[in-house]
Design a protein around this ligand. Structure first.
Ligand code: NAD
Ligand code: TDX
Length: 348
């Protein structure tokens, strides 16, 4: 068997979920978990990881220190067509995993502009470069938010798209653009729609790390509205493994939901977190609700489980414990974001 190296280009690899995938791919790169898309190509024993990341406020190379020196890094904006084409021309990746995005709903409510640029235009530029350089697989990381909210029941992959926030609308536009390339050009893409992620290295603008940071900073956790909104919480390492499994076994042209079935109302999530932190149950405050706040997300993830064998392992209580333990060891990193977070809250 011919030994060859599989080249994987990961956009947003210095972000929260992208970096979890980078660490996983590098850890597994000597195993046979990943293989090229086309039948007939030799099985690979090694992967080369190439990262493109603009290093916005959300990107941080500290997330990749434990795998330092094991990937190539380009500090590049995915909206820069010329630079993106130069990288594709030089690196000739076989797989593209596209995570790069503006990812925070509240910021999209304050200003939609960067969401339109990065999430829509940036995705189009990557799709065109991927077509031009004939990549084998394009994995698009979409989101459960493209479906909008659901009061009862679960979304499956055929449910209509009805996004509500500017963030969700920009991701839905990109998701539909990928679908249009699949149909129009027979473009070899797979779309993955994960539910809410949490875990180590998440930027503390999102509910769980923000709550931990507030407690570490002797404050209270801001709970929007009456805390009745529900989310499906997926531990980030389970998500990264799901994405890697789809990269290997997913069918070209398909959409896969990626959820945990660990649903919890925000007020219950916050109370469980306070218990895990070992602090008083009253360390939260009800604050003004988010505009257009989606009441509930819930995914039917049977398709990925049936087709790939992947299953989430970490339940919410265990995942919060892992996240709290990690946060206590990485307080310096979390607190280094405090100034930015306080600015974000003051601007409202
Ligand atoms: P994140 O905000 O932590 O990371 C995004 C990364 O993209 C950062 O490293 C940032 O520097 C980079 N980036 C932003 N704009 C860029 C640009 N123009 N060019 C190049 N790089 C750019 O996001 P995340 O939470 O890791 O989410 C990753 C992906 O998963 C996103 O596409 C998001 O929509 C999707 N998603 C996230 C969640 C979640 O709960 N976090 C759930 C479902 C789907
Ligand atoms: O301070 C807060 N208080 C609060 O009550 C924050 C930041 C959030 N919330 C609520 C809003 C949501 O109901 O907690 C819930 C989770 O909020 P976020 O962590 O901001 O996530 P969400 O808005 O659900 O979106 C996330 O999931 C889907 C990610 O940010 C997206 O990138 C992903 O696509």
């Amino acid at each position: 068997m011919r030994k060859r190296i599989l080249k994987i280009l990961i956009t947003g690899g210095a972000g929260f979920i992208g970096s979890a995938l980078v660490r996983l791919v590098i850890a597994k790169s000597k195993s046979r978990l990943l293989r090229p898309a086309k039948a007939g190509l030799a099985m690979t024993k090694q992967c080369e990881v190439i990262i493109i990341d603009k290093l916005t406020y959300a990107g941080d190379l500290k997330r990749l220190e434990e795998v330092g020196g094991k990937f190539k890094f380009y500090k590049t904006d995915i909206c820069d067509k010329n630079k993106i084409e130069t990288i594709f021309d030089k690196e000739k990746p076989e797989i593209v995993a596209h995570f790069a995005a503006e990812s925070h709903v509240d910021r999209s409510i304050d200003d939609a502009a960067p969401f339109i640029d990065t999430n829509i235009k940036g995705t189009q530029i990557l799709l065109d470069a991927s077509r031009k350089y004939k990549i084998q697989k394009f994995i698009f990381i979409s989101t459960d938010e493209v479906y909008g909210e659901i009061a009862n029941g679960k979304f499956n992959e055929g449910s209509p798209i009805k996004p509500n926030s500017p963030y969700a609308a920009s991701k839905a536009a990109a998701d539909l653009l990928v679908q249009s390339y699949i149909r129009t050009y027979k473009f070899p893409a797979i779309i993955i729609r994960p539910s809410n992620n949490y875990g180590p290295w998440q930027y503390p603008e999102k509910l769980i790390p923000l709550a931990i940071l507030r407690i570490l900073d002797d404050g209270k956790i801001p709970v929007y509205g009456r805390g009745q909104n529900a989310r499906e919480w997926l531990y980030v390492d389970d998500c990264a493994l799901g994405i890697m499994t789809i990269m290997n076994k997913g069918k070209i042209g398909q959409i896969y939901n990626l959820g945990s079935a660990c649903e919890s109302k925000n007020i219950d999530t916050v109370k469980l977190l306070l218990k895990t932190l070992g602090v008083s149950q009253d360390r939260y405050e009800l604050v003004k609700d988010r505009l257009g706040h989606d009441i509930r997300y819930s995914l039917n993830s049977r398709k990925i489980i049936r087709e790939s064998g992947w299953k989430p392992i970490v339940k919410l209580a265990g995942g919060l414990k892992l996240t709290v333990d990690w946060s206590l060891k990485h307080q310096v990193w979390l607190k280094s974001k405090l100034k930015d977070i306080n600015k974000l809250y003051k601007s409202r």
